[in-house]
Design a protein around this ligand. Structure first.
Ligand SMILES: [Zn+2]
Length: 568
Protein backbone atom coordinates (compact mmCIF):
# COMPACT_ATOMS: atom_id res chain seq x y z
CA UNK A 1 0.00 0.00 0.00
CA UNK A 2 1.29 3.43 -0.94
CA UNK A 3 1.62 5.31 2.36
CA UNK A 4 4.48 7.79 1.83
CA UNK A 5 5.02 9.06 5.39
CA UNK A 6 7.46 11.89 5.96
CA UNK A 7 10.02 12.02 8.76
CA UNK A 8 9.74 15.79 9.16
CA UNK A 9 6.91 18.30 9.17
CA UNK A 10 6.47 19.66 5.66
CA UNK A 11 7.34 23.34 5.24
CA UNK A 12 4.52 25.87 4.78
CA UNK A 13 1.82 23.63 6.25
CA UNK A 14 0.41 25.50 9.24
CA UNK A 15 -2.91 23.95 10.20
CA UNK A 16 -2.51 20.60 12.03
CA UNK A 17 -4.75 18.78 9.54
CA UNK A 18 -2.72 20.07 6.59
CA UNK A 19 0.59 19.13 8.21
CA UNK A 20 -0.52 15.70 9.45
CA UNK A 21 -2.42 14.58 6.34
CA UNK A 22 0.67 15.38 4.26
CA UNK A 23 3.10 13.87 6.72
CA UNK A 24 1.10 10.69 7.33
CA UNK A 25 0.86 10.03 3.60
CA UNK A 26 -2.85 10.75 3.07
CA UNK A 27 -2.72 13.61 0.57
CA UNK A 28 -0.44 15.30 -1.94
CA UNK A 29 -0.97 18.66 -3.61
CA UNK A 30 -1.09 18.62 -7.41
CA UNK A 31 -1.43 22.41 -7.61
CA UNK A 32 -2.70 25.05 -5.22
CA UNK A 33 -6.16 24.04 -4.00
CA UNK A 34 -6.22 20.69 -5.83
CA UNK A 35 -5.23 17.58 -3.86
CA UNK A 36 -4.69 13.95 -4.71
CA UNK A 37 -6.12 11.54 -2.13
CA UNK A 38 -3.88 8.53 -1.52
CA UNK A 39 -5.13 5.07 -0.46
CA UNK A 40 -5.59 5.81 3.26
CA UNK A 41 -7.48 9.03 2.49
CA UNK A 42 -9.74 7.26 0.02
CA UNK A 43 -10.73 4.85 2.79
CA UNK A 44 -11.48 7.66 5.26
CA UNK A 45 -13.45 9.53 2.59
CA UNK A 46 -15.55 6.41 1.95
CA UNK A 47 -16.32 6.15 5.69
CA UNK A 48 -17.36 9.80 5.87
CA UNK A 49 -19.56 9.42 2.80
CA UNK A 50 -21.06 6.21 4.22
CA UNK A 51 -22.11 7.93 7.45
CA UNK A 52 -23.60 10.92 5.63
CA UNK A 53 -25.43 8.62 3.19
CA UNK A 54 -26.98 6.58 6.03
CA UNK A 55 -28.31 9.69 7.72
CA UNK A 56 -29.62 11.20 4.48
CA UNK A 57 -31.38 7.95 3.62
CA UNK A 58 -32.79 7.83 7.15
CA UNK A 59 -34.67 11.13 6.57
CA UNK A 60 -36.00 9.85 3.27
CA UNK A 61 -33.68 11.74 0.95
CA UNK A 62 -33.06 10.11 -2.44
CA UNK A 63 -29.56 9.86 -3.88
CA UNK A 64 -28.91 11.03 -7.44
CA UNK A 65 -25.86 12.05 -9.45
CA UNK A 66 -25.93 15.17 -11.63
CA UNK A 67 -23.30 16.50 -14.03
CA UNK A 68 -20.54 18.83 -12.87
CA UNK A 69 -20.55 20.76 -16.14
CA UNK A 70 -23.65 22.86 -16.75
CA UNK A 71 -24.81 24.92 -19.70
CA UNK A 72 -24.40 28.66 -19.08
CA UNK A 73 -28.11 29.10 -19.81
CA UNK A 74 -29.34 27.67 -16.50
CA UNK A 75 -26.97 29.91 -14.54
CA UNK A 76 -28.12 32.92 -16.54
CA UNK A 77 -31.71 31.95 -15.86
CA UNK A 78 -31.19 31.90 -12.07
CA UNK A 79 -29.24 35.16 -12.15
CA UNK A 80 -26.17 33.57 -10.62
CA UNK A 81 -24.18 33.80 -13.87
CA UNK A 82 -23.53 37.37 -12.66
CA UNK A 83 -23.87 37.16 -8.89
CA UNK A 84 -21.46 34.23 -8.50
CA UNK A 85 -19.22 35.21 -11.40
CA UNK A 86 -16.16 35.63 -9.21
CA UNK A 87 -16.20 32.05 -7.86
CA UNK A 88 -17.47 30.04 -10.84
CA UNK A 89 -15.10 28.49 -13.38
CA UNK A 90 -16.25 28.92 -16.96
CA UNK A 91 -15.09 26.47 -19.59
CA UNK A 92 -15.24 27.07 -23.34
CA UNK A 93 -15.46 24.04 -25.62
CA UNK A 94 -14.06 23.78 -29.14
CA UNK A 95 -17.28 25.09 -30.66
CA UNK A 96 -17.00 28.20 -28.50
CA UNK A 97 -19.88 27.26 -26.20
CA UNK A 98 -19.36 28.45 -22.61
CA UNK A 99 -20.16 26.04 -19.78
CA UNK A 100 -20.06 26.34 -16.01
CA UNK A 101 -18.18 24.00 -13.67
CA UNK A 102 -20.73 23.86 -10.88
CA UNK A 103 -19.92 25.24 -7.46
CA UNK A 104 -23.44 24.25 -6.31
CA UNK A 105 -26.42 22.53 -7.92
CA UNK A 106 -29.65 24.43 -7.20
CA UNK A 107 -30.11 25.16 -10.92
CA UNK A 108 -29.55 21.59 -12.10
CA UNK A 109 -31.81 20.02 -9.44
CA UNK A 110 -34.53 22.59 -10.12
CA UNK A 111 -34.43 21.61 -13.80
CA UNK A 112 -35.30 18.05 -12.70
CA UNK A 113 -38.12 19.42 -10.53
CA UNK A 114 -39.81 20.77 -13.68
CA UNK A 115 -41.27 17.26 -14.08
CA UNK A 116 -43.13 17.52 -10.76
CA UNK A 117 -46.84 18.06 -11.13
CA UNK A 118 -48.78 17.43 -7.95
CA UNK A 119 -48.56 18.29 -4.26
CA UNK A 120 -48.92 14.54 -3.71
CA UNK A 121 -45.30 14.16 -4.90
CA UNK A 122 -44.14 16.42 -2.06
CA UNK A 123 -42.29 16.68 0.25
CA UNK A 124 -39.15 15.61 -1.61
CA UNK A 125 -35.48 15.68 -0.77
CA UNK A 126 -32.85 14.85 -3.37
CA UNK A 127 -29.12 14.60 -2.76
CA UNK A 128 -25.80 13.64 -4.28
CA UNK A 129 -22.08 13.35 -3.60
CA UNK A 130 -20.45 15.28 -6.39
CA UNK A 131 -17.31 17.25 -7.20
CA UNK A 132 -17.60 21.02 -6.94
CA UNK A 133 -15.25 23.60 -8.36
CA UNK A 134 -14.76 26.99 -6.74
CA UNK A 135 -12.44 29.66 -8.09
CA UNK A 136 -10.99 30.25 -4.66
CA UNK A 137 -8.44 33.08 -4.83
CA UNK A 138 -6.58 31.97 -1.68
CA UNK A 139 -6.57 28.18 -1.27
CA UNK A 140 -5.10 27.39 2.15
CA UNK A 141 -4.74 24.96 5.02
CA UNK A 142 -4.70 21.76 2.97
CA UNK A 143 -8.18 20.30 2.59
CA UNK A 144 -9.87 23.11 4.52
CA UNK A 145 -10.03 25.62 1.66
CA UNK A 146 -9.63 24.22 -1.83
CA UNK A 147 -10.75 24.80 -5.41
CA UNK A 148 -11.96 21.24 -6.11
CA UNK A 149 -13.81 19.13 -3.54
CA UNK A 150 -16.61 16.64 -2.95
CA UNK A 151 -19.83 17.94 -1.51
CA UNK A 152 -22.89 16.22 -0.19
CA UNK A 153 -25.55 18.62 -1.35
CA UNK A 154 -29.25 18.06 -0.85
CA UNK A 155 -32.30 20.00 -1.97
CA UNK A 156 -35.80 19.85 -0.51
CA UNK A 157 -39.05 20.73 -2.26
CA UNK A 158 -42.17 21.45 -0.21
CA UNK A 159 -45.63 22.77 -0.91
CA UNK A 160 -45.43 25.65 1.56
CA UNK A 161 -43.36 27.37 4.24
CA UNK A 162 -44.57 25.06 6.99
CA UNK A 163 -43.39 22.09 4.94
CA UNK A 164 -40.00 23.73 4.39
CA UNK A 165 -39.71 24.26 8.16
CA UNK A 166 -40.12 20.51 8.64
CA UNK A 167 -37.63 19.61 5.90
CA UNK A 168 -35.17 22.08 7.40
CA UNK A 169 -35.61 20.62 10.89
CA UNK A 170 -35.17 17.05 9.58
CA UNK A 171 -31.89 18.07 7.95
CA UNK A 172 -30.79 19.91 11.06
CA UNK A 173 -31.32 16.78 13.16
CA UNK A 174 -29.59 14.61 10.53
CA UNK A 175 -26.59 16.96 10.49
CA UNK A 176 -26.24 16.81 14.26
CA UNK A 177 -26.25 12.97 14.06
CA UNK A 178 -23.70 13.03 11.20
CA UNK A 179 -21.25 15.31 12.97
CA UNK A 180 -21.67 13.32 16.19
CA UNK A 181 -20.77 10.10 14.36
CA UNK A 182 -17.84 11.78 12.59
CA UNK A 183 -16.44 12.98 15.91
CA UNK A 184 -16.81 16.65 14.97
CA UNK A 185 -18.22 18.75 17.80
CA UNK A 186 -20.33 21.51 16.31
CA UNK A 187 -22.29 24.52 17.46
CA UNK A 188 -25.33 25.26 15.26
CA UNK A 189 -25.29 29.01 14.66
CA UNK A 190 -27.42 31.63 12.93
CA UNK A 191 -25.67 32.63 9.74
CA UNK A 192 -25.80 34.90 6.73
CA UNK A 193 -27.30 33.35 3.62
CA UNK A 194 -24.84 35.26 1.43
CA UNK A 195 -24.94 34.52 -2.27
CA UNK A 196 -27.41 31.65 -1.80
CA UNK A 197 -30.10 34.28 -1.52
CA UNK A 198 -32.25 32.52 1.08
CA UNK A 199 -34.04 33.81 4.12
CA UNK A 200 -32.87 31.69 6.99
CA UNK A 201 -29.76 29.62 7.49
CA UNK A 202 -27.88 27.63 10.10
CA UNK A 203 -24.18 26.84 10.04
CA UNK A 204 -22.62 23.93 11.93
CA UNK A 205 -19.44 25.43 13.31
CA UNK A 206 -16.58 23.45 14.84
CA UNK A 207 -14.51 25.65 17.18
CA UNK A 208 -10.89 25.35 16.02
CA UNK A 209 -7.80 27.51 15.78
CA UNK A 210 -7.63 26.54 12.10
CA UNK A 211 -11.08 28.01 11.44
CA UNK A 212 -11.59 31.00 9.18
CA UNK A 213 -14.95 32.02 10.57
CA UNK A 214 -15.67 33.76 13.84
CA UNK A 215 -18.58 32.70 16.02
CA UNK A 216 -20.03 34.89 18.75
CA UNK A 217 -21.02 32.54 21.54
CA UNK A 218 -22.64 33.18 24.91
CA UNK A 219 -21.53 30.80 27.66
CA UNK A 220 -24.58 31.88 29.68
CA UNK A 221 -27.49 31.00 27.39
CA UNK A 222 -25.84 29.27 24.38
CA UNK A 223 -26.73 32.12 22.01
CA UNK A 224 -24.46 31.50 19.00
CA UNK A 225 -24.18 33.30 15.69
CA UNK A 226 -21.62 33.85 12.98
CA UNK A 227 -20.15 37.36 13.35
CA UNK A 228 -21.69 37.98 9.92
CA UNK A 229 -25.04 37.82 11.72
CA UNK A 230 -24.36 38.22 15.45
CA UNK A 231 -25.65 41.14 17.50
CA UNK A 232 -24.99 42.36 21.01
CA UNK A 233 -26.79 44.56 23.50
CA UNK A 234 -25.21 48.01 23.53
CA UNK A 235 -25.44 50.37 26.47
CA UNK A 236 -27.95 53.22 26.03
CA UNK A 237 -26.30 56.55 25.28
CA UNK A 238 -27.73 59.84 26.59
CA UNK A 239 -26.75 62.75 24.33
CA UNK A 240 -26.90 66.43 25.24
CA UNK A 241 -28.96 68.82 23.11
CA UNK A 242 -25.96 69.69 20.91
CA UNK A 243 -25.87 72.74 18.64
CA UNK A 244 -28.65 74.37 16.60
CA UNK A 245 -26.60 73.75 13.46
CA UNK A 246 -23.37 71.82 12.89
CA UNK A 247 -20.23 73.88 13.39
CA UNK A 248 -17.13 73.49 11.26
CA UNK A 249 -13.68 73.40 12.84
CA UNK A 250 -10.18 72.96 11.46
CA UNK A 251 -8.43 69.61 11.97
CA UNK A 252 -5.11 69.82 10.14
CA UNK A 253 -3.40 66.48 9.69
CA UNK A 254 -6.25 64.46 11.23
CA UNK A 255 -6.65 61.16 9.36
CA UNK A 256 -8.06 58.68 11.84
CA UNK A 257 -10.70 58.27 14.52
CA UNK A 258 -7.87 58.20 17.08
CA UNK A 259 -6.35 61.47 15.80
CA UNK A 260 -9.69 63.20 16.29
CA UNK A 261 -10.33 61.57 19.66
CA UNK A 262 -6.98 62.53 21.19
CA UNK A 263 -6.50 65.98 19.64
CA UNK A 264 -10.04 67.39 19.64
CA UNK A 265 -11.88 65.97 22.63
CA UNK A 266 -14.12 63.85 20.43
CA UNK A 267 -14.25 60.33 21.90
CA UNK A 268 -14.68 57.61 19.25
CA UNK A 269 -18.18 56.86 20.54
CA UNK A 270 -19.23 60.41 19.64
CA UNK A 271 -17.83 60.25 16.13
CA UNK A 272 -19.56 59.22 12.92
CA UNK A 273 -17.22 57.17 10.72
CA UNK A 274 -18.02 57.65 7.02
CA UNK A 275 -17.05 54.76 4.74
CA UNK A 276 -17.54 54.80 0.99
CA UNK A 277 -18.40 51.55 -0.82
CA UNK A 278 -19.27 50.53 -4.34
CA UNK A 279 -22.38 48.36 -4.13
CA UNK A 280 -23.05 46.76 -7.52
CA UNK A 281 -21.14 49.67 -9.02
CA UNK A 282 -23.08 52.36 -7.13
CA UNK A 283 -21.17 54.66 -4.77
CA UNK A 284 -22.78 54.53 -1.30
CA UNK A 285 -21.94 56.16 2.04
CA UNK A 286 -21.88 53.76 4.98
CA UNK A 287 -22.04 55.36 8.43
CA UNK A 288 -20.79 53.68 11.60
CA UNK A 289 -20.16 54.90 15.13
CA UNK A 290 -16.47 55.82 15.41
CA UNK A 291 -15.64 52.95 17.78
CA UNK A 292 -17.56 50.33 15.79
CA UNK A 293 -16.38 48.06 12.99
CA UNK A 294 -18.33 47.41 9.80
CA UNK A 295 -19.04 43.78 8.91
CA UNK A 296 -19.06 43.67 5.11
CA UNK A 297 -21.31 40.60 4.93
CA UNK A 298 -23.94 42.45 6.96
CA UNK A 299 -23.69 45.31 4.47
CA UNK A 300 -24.09 42.88 1.57
CA UNK A 301 -27.09 41.24 3.24
CA UNK A 302 -28.75 44.58 4.10
CA UNK A 303 -28.43 45.90 0.55
CA UNK A 304 -28.69 42.61 -1.40
CA UNK A 305 -25.56 43.76 -3.23
CA UNK A 306 -23.85 41.00 -5.18
CA UNK A 307 -20.60 42.90 -5.73
CA UNK A 308 -19.15 45.05 -2.99
CA UNK A 309 -15.83 46.82 -2.51
CA UNK A 310 -14.45 49.89 -0.74
CA UNK A 311 -14.15 52.88 -3.08
CA UNK A 312 -10.70 54.08 -4.18
CA UNK A 313 -9.47 57.48 -2.89
CA UNK A 314 -9.82 59.08 -6.35
CA UNK A 315 -13.42 57.81 -6.68
CA UNK A 316 -14.14 59.29 -3.23
CA UNK A 317 -12.56 62.66 -4.04
CA UNK A 318 -14.54 62.88 -7.29
CA UNK A 319 -17.80 62.21 -5.45
CA UNK A 320 -17.32 64.08 -2.17
CA UNK A 321 -14.55 66.61 -2.78
CA UNK A 322 -12.39 65.34 0.06
CA UNK A 323 -10.15 62.41 0.92
CA UNK A 324 -10.69 59.76 3.63
CA UNK A 325 -10.02 61.37 6.99
CA UNK A 326 -12.42 64.26 6.48
CA UNK A 327 -15.48 62.55 5.00
CA UNK A 328 -19.04 63.03 6.19
CA UNK A 329 -22.64 62.66 5.14
CA UNK A 330 -24.05 65.97 6.38
CA UNK A 331 -25.89 67.61 3.49
CA UNK A 332 -25.13 64.72 1.10
CA UNK A 333 -28.19 64.00 -1.04
CA UNK A 334 -26.63 62.90 -4.34
CA UNK A 335 -25.47 59.54 -2.95
CA UNK A 336 -27.37 56.84 -1.04
CA UNK A 337 -26.63 56.81 2.70
CA UNK A 338 -26.91 53.65 4.80
CA UNK A 339 -26.39 53.97 8.56
CA UNK A 340 -25.82 51.51 11.36
CA UNK A 341 -28.60 51.23 13.94
CA UNK A 342 -26.23 52.40 16.71
CA UNK A 343 -26.37 55.92 15.21
CA UNK A 344 -30.15 56.19 15.33
CA UNK A 345 -31.28 59.21 17.36
CA UNK A 346 -27.73 60.35 18.20
CA UNK A 347 -27.04 64.08 18.66
CA UNK A 348 -23.98 66.27 19.25
CA UNK A 349 -21.79 64.06 17.09
CA UNK A 350 -18.55 64.81 15.25
CA UNK A 351 -17.93 63.91 11.61
CA UNK A 352 -15.90 64.98 8.58
CA UNK A 353 -16.93 68.11 6.66
CA UNK A 354 -16.06 66.83 3.16
CA UNK A 355 -13.34 69.47 3.13
CA UNK A 356 -9.80 68.24 3.69
CA UNK A 357 -8.60 69.02 7.23
CA UNK A 358 -12.04 70.08 8.49
CA UNK A 359 -14.73 68.43 10.64
CA UNK A 360 -18.20 69.26 11.94
CA UNK A 361 -19.34 69.15 15.57
CA UNK A 362 -22.85 69.30 16.98
CA UNK A 363 -24.24 66.96 14.31
CA UNK A 364 -27.75 65.62 14.92
CA UNK A 365 -28.05 62.46 12.84
CA UNK A 366 -31.83 62.67 12.41
CA UNK A 367 -31.76 66.41 11.59
CA UNK A 368 -28.61 66.78 9.52
CA UNK A 369 -28.14 63.54 7.57
CA UNK A 370 -30.45 62.06 4.92
CA UNK A 371 -30.24 58.41 5.92
CA UNK A 372 -31.94 56.29 3.26
CA UNK A 373 -31.52 52.90 4.98
CA UNK A 374 -30.99 51.88 8.59
CA UNK A 375 -29.45 48.47 9.18
CA UNK A 376 -27.45 46.41 11.63
CA UNK A 377 -23.97 46.67 10.12
CA UNK A 378 -21.80 46.46 13.21
CA UNK A 379 -19.46 43.54 13.95
CA UNK A 380 -19.78 42.44 17.56
CA UNK A 381 -16.66 42.49 19.73
CA UNK A 382 -15.67 39.98 22.42
CA UNK A 383 -16.94 40.94 25.86
CA UNK A 384 -20.01 42.84 24.64
CA UNK A 385 -23.26 41.81 26.34
CA UNK A 386 -25.23 38.86 24.90
CA UNK A 387 -28.40 40.11 23.16
CA UNK A 388 -30.48 37.49 25.00
CA UNK A 389 -29.09 37.33 28.55
CA UNK A 390 -26.52 40.11 28.89
CA UNK A 391 -23.50 37.98 29.78
CA UNK A 392 -20.24 38.81 27.96
CA UNK A 393 -19.95 37.20 24.52
CA UNK A 394 -16.89 35.23 23.50
CA UNK A 395 -15.58 35.12 19.93
CA UNK A 396 -14.37 31.70 18.78
CA UNK A 397 -12.53 30.88 15.54
CA UNK A 398 -14.40 28.02 13.90
CA UNK A 399 -14.52 25.79 10.83
CA UNK A 400 -17.81 25.76 8.93
CA UNK A 401 -18.52 22.01 8.73
CA UNK A 402 -22.01 22.28 7.27
CA UNK A 403 -24.55 24.87 6.19
CA UNK A 404 -28.30 24.58 5.66
CA UNK A 405 -30.49 27.21 3.98
CA UNK A 406 -34.12 28.03 3.48
CA UNK A 407 -34.19 29.16 -0.13
CA UNK A 408 -37.87 29.93 -0.68
CA UNK A 409 -39.25 30.30 -4.22
CA UNK A 410 -36.25 31.89 -5.92
CA UNK A 411 -35.28 28.90 -8.05
CA UNK A 412 -38.69 27.30 -8.60
CA UNK A 413 -39.99 30.65 -9.90
CA UNK A 414 -36.94 31.20 -12.12
CA UNK A 415 -37.38 27.74 -13.67
CA UNK A 416 -41.17 27.74 -13.82
CA UNK A 417 -41.63 24.78 -11.45
CA UNK A 418 -45.24 24.43 -10.30
CA UNK A 419 -47.44 21.75 -8.76
CA UNK A 420 -51.18 21.58 -8.29
CA UNK A 421 -52.15 22.06 -4.65
CA UNK A 422 -55.12 20.37 -2.94
CA UNK A 423 -57.46 23.05 -4.33
CA UNK A 424 -56.26 22.58 -7.89
CA UNK A 425 -54.21 25.82 -7.88
CA UNK A 426 -50.74 25.92 -9.44
CA UNK A 427 -48.14 26.92 -6.83
CA UNK A 428 -44.34 27.16 -6.80
CA UNK A 429 -42.79 24.68 -4.35
CA UNK A 430 -40.46 26.15 -1.71
CA UNK A 431 -36.89 24.90 -1.57
CA UNK A 432 -34.18 24.34 0.97
CA UNK A 433 -30.56 23.40 0.32
CA UNK A 434 -28.10 21.63 2.58
CA UNK A 435 -24.34 21.08 2.23
CA UNK A 436 -21.43 19.23 3.80
CA UNK A 437 -17.93 19.32 2.29
CA UNK A 438 -16.57 15.77 2.48
CA UNK A 439 -12.81 16.46 2.39
CA UNK A 440 -13.24 19.46 4.67
CA UNK A 441 -15.00 17.12 7.10
CA UNK A 442 -11.97 14.80 6.97
CA UNK A 443 -9.64 17.71 7.76
CA UNK A 444 -11.93 18.94 10.52
CA UNK A 445 -11.87 15.51 12.15
CA UNK A 446 -8.07 15.69 12.18
CA UNK A 447 -8.21 19.20 13.67
CA UNK A 448 -10.34 17.74 16.48
CA UNK A 449 -8.44 14.45 16.90
CA UNK A 450 -4.65 14.63 16.90
CA UNK A 451 -1.73 14.83 19.31
CA UNK A 452 1.98 15.56 19.03
CA UNK A 453 2.60 12.09 17.51
CA UNK A 454 0.00 12.27 14.77
CA UNK A 455 -3.62 11.70 13.87
CA UNK A 456 -6.00 9.93 16.29
CA UNK A 457 -8.92 8.81 14.12
CA UNK A 458 -12.23 7.96 15.75
CA UNK A 459 -12.99 4.30 14.94
CA UNK A 460 -16.02 5.39 12.88
CA UNK A 461 -13.85 6.96 10.17
CA UNK A 462 -10.43 5.32 10.62
CA UNK A 463 -8.96 3.93 7.38
CA UNK A 464 -8.25 0.68 9.26
CA UNK A 465 -9.34 -0.27 12.76
CA UNK A 466 -6.23 -2.33 13.50
CA UNK A 467 -2.63 -2.45 12.37
CA UNK A 468 -0.71 -5.67 13.03
CA UNK A 469 2.89 -4.55 13.47
CA UNK A 470 5.50 -7.29 13.11
CA UNK A 471 8.35 -5.82 15.10
CA UNK A 472 11.08 -8.06 13.61
CA UNK A 473 9.83 -9.16 10.22
CA UNK A 474 13.03 -11.12 9.56
CA UNK A 475 12.03 -13.46 12.41
CA UNK A 476 10.13 -16.35 10.81
CA UNK A 477 7.89 -17.09 13.80
CA UNK A 478 6.94 -13.39 14.22
CA UNK A 479 6.12 -13.14 10.53
CA UNK A 480 3.98 -16.29 10.64
CA UNK A 481 2.06 -15.26 13.79
CA UNK A 482 1.54 -11.74 12.41
CA UNK A 483 0.22 -13.16 9.17
CA UNK A 484 -2.18 -15.55 10.90
CA UNK A 485 -3.50 -12.81 13.25
CA UNK A 486 -4.03 -10.60 10.22
CA UNK A 487 -5.95 -13.38 8.46
CA UNK A 488 -8.03 -14.12 11.57
CA UNK A 489 -9.04 -10.47 12.10
CA UNK A 490 -9.76 -9.92 8.40
CA UNK A 491 -11.91 -13.07 8.25
CA UNK A 492 -13.91 -11.74 11.22
CA UNK A 493 -14.74 -8.60 9.22
CA UNK A 494 -12.34 -6.29 11.04
CA UNK A 495 -10.56 -3.74 8.86
CA UNK A 496 -6.92 -4.61 9.41
CA UNK A 497 -3.59 -3.86 7.79
CA UNK A 498 -0.29 -5.61 8.45
CA UNK A 499 3.03 -3.80 8.66
CA UNK A 500 5.64 -6.42 7.76
CA UNK A 501 8.06 -4.04 6.07
CA UNK A 502 11.73 -4.66 6.68
CA UNK A 503 12.05 -1.44 8.68
CA UNK A 504 13.25 -0.96 12.24
CA UNK A 505 10.49 -1.53 14.83
CA UNK A 506 10.72 2.13 15.88
CA UNK A 507 9.91 3.32 12.36
CA UNK A 508 6.86 1.07 12.22
CA UNK A 509 5.62 2.23 15.63
CA UNK A 510 6.06 5.86 14.60
CA UNK A 511 4.14 5.34 11.36
CA UNK A 512 1.32 3.53 13.18
CA UNK A 513 0.97 6.51 15.51
CA UNK A 514 1.32 9.09 12.75
CA UNK A 515 -1.36 7.50 10.56
CA UNK A 516 -3.72 7.26 13.52
CA UNK A 517 -4.94 3.64 13.33
CA UNK A 518 -6.98 3.11 16.55
CA UNK A 519 -5.44 -0.22 17.65
CA UNK A 520 -1.95 -1.63 17.17
CA UNK A 521 -1.28 -5.34 17.67
CA UNK A 522 2.49 -5.71 18.12
CA UNK A 523 4.01 -9.11 17.43
CA UNK A 524 7.49 -9.34 18.98
CA UNK A 525 9.98 -12.15 19.60
CA UNK A 526 10.07 -11.62 23.36
CA UNK A 527 6.27 -11.70 23.76
CA UNK A 528 5.91 -14.76 21.57
CA UNK A 529 8.22 -16.64 23.92
CA UNK A 530 5.39 -16.17 26.50
CA UNK A 531 2.65 -16.75 23.91
CA UNK A 532 1.47 -13.12 23.98
CA UNK A 533 1.30 -10.03 21.77
CA UNK A 534 0.81 -6.41 22.82
CA UNK A 535 -2.34 -4.43 22.00
CA UNK A 536 -1.93 -0.63 22.17
CA UNK A 537 -4.70 1.96 21.97
CA UNK A 538 -3.71 4.93 19.84
CA UNK A 539 -5.91 7.39 21.75
CA UNK A 540 -4.64 6.60 25.25
CA UNK A 541 -1.34 4.86 24.60
CA UNK A 542 -2.48 2.08 26.97
CA UNK A 543 -0.85 -1.26 26.21
CA UNK A 544 -1.96 -4.70 27.38
CA UNK A 545 -0.46 -8.13 26.83
CA UNK A 546 -2.93 -10.53 25.22
CA UNK A 547 -2.52 -14.27 24.56
CA UNK A 548 -2.33 -14.88 20.81
CA UNK A 549 -5.47 -16.98 20.99
CA UNK A 550 -7.49 -14.13 22.56
CA UNK A 551 -6.55 -11.33 20.19
CA UNK A 552 -9.77 -11.37 18.15
CA UNK A 553 -11.96 -11.25 21.26
CA UNK A 554 -9.89 -8.48 22.82
CA UNK A 555 -9.84 -6.39 19.62
CA UNK A 556 -13.61 -6.71 19.21
CA UNK A 557 -14.20 -5.52 22.77
CA UNK A 558 -11.73 -2.66 22.48
CA UNK A 559 -13.27 -1.43 19.21
CA UNK A 560 -16.78 -1.66 20.64
CA UNK A 561 -15.68 0.33 23.69
CA UNK A 562 -13.97 2.93 21.48
CA UNK A 563 -17.07 3.33 19.33
CA UNK A 564 -19.07 4.06 22.45
CA UNK A 565 -22.73 3.34 23.17
CA UNK A 566 -24.01 6.18 20.96
CA UNK A 567 -22.47 4.97 17.72
CA UNK A 568 -24.91 4.02 15.03
ZN1 LIG B 1 -26.67 34.80 26.56
Amino acid sequence: MHIPTLREDPADAGAPSHRLLLRAGYIRQLTAGHYSLLPLAVRVRAKVIGIIRQEMDRIGAQEMLLPVMHPAEIWQRSGRWDTMADVVFRVTDHKGTVNVLAVTHEEAFTVLAQELNSHKQLPLAWYQFQTKFRDEPRPRAGLLRVREFTMKDSYSFDLDAAGLDMSFDRHRAAYLRIFGRLGISVIPVEASSGAMGGSDSTEFMCPSEAGEDLVAHCPGCDYAANVEKATSALAEVADGPGLPVPERFGTPGVRTIEDLATGYDAPAGRQIKTLVYLLDGKLTLVLMRGDHVLNEQKLADATAAAALRPAQPEEIRDALGALPGSLGAVGVTHLPVIADEALRGRRDMVTGANIDDAHLRGVDVGRDISVGTWADLREVAAGEPCPRCGQPLELLPAIEAGHIFKLGHKFTKAFGVTVLDADGQRVHPVMGCYGIGVERAMATIVECHHDDRGIVWPVSVAPFSVVVTVAQSEDAESAAVGESLYEELAAAGIEVIIDDRSERAGVKFRDAELTGIPLRVTVGKRGLADGVVEVTERATGDTVRVATGNVLLHVRDALAAARGPAAG
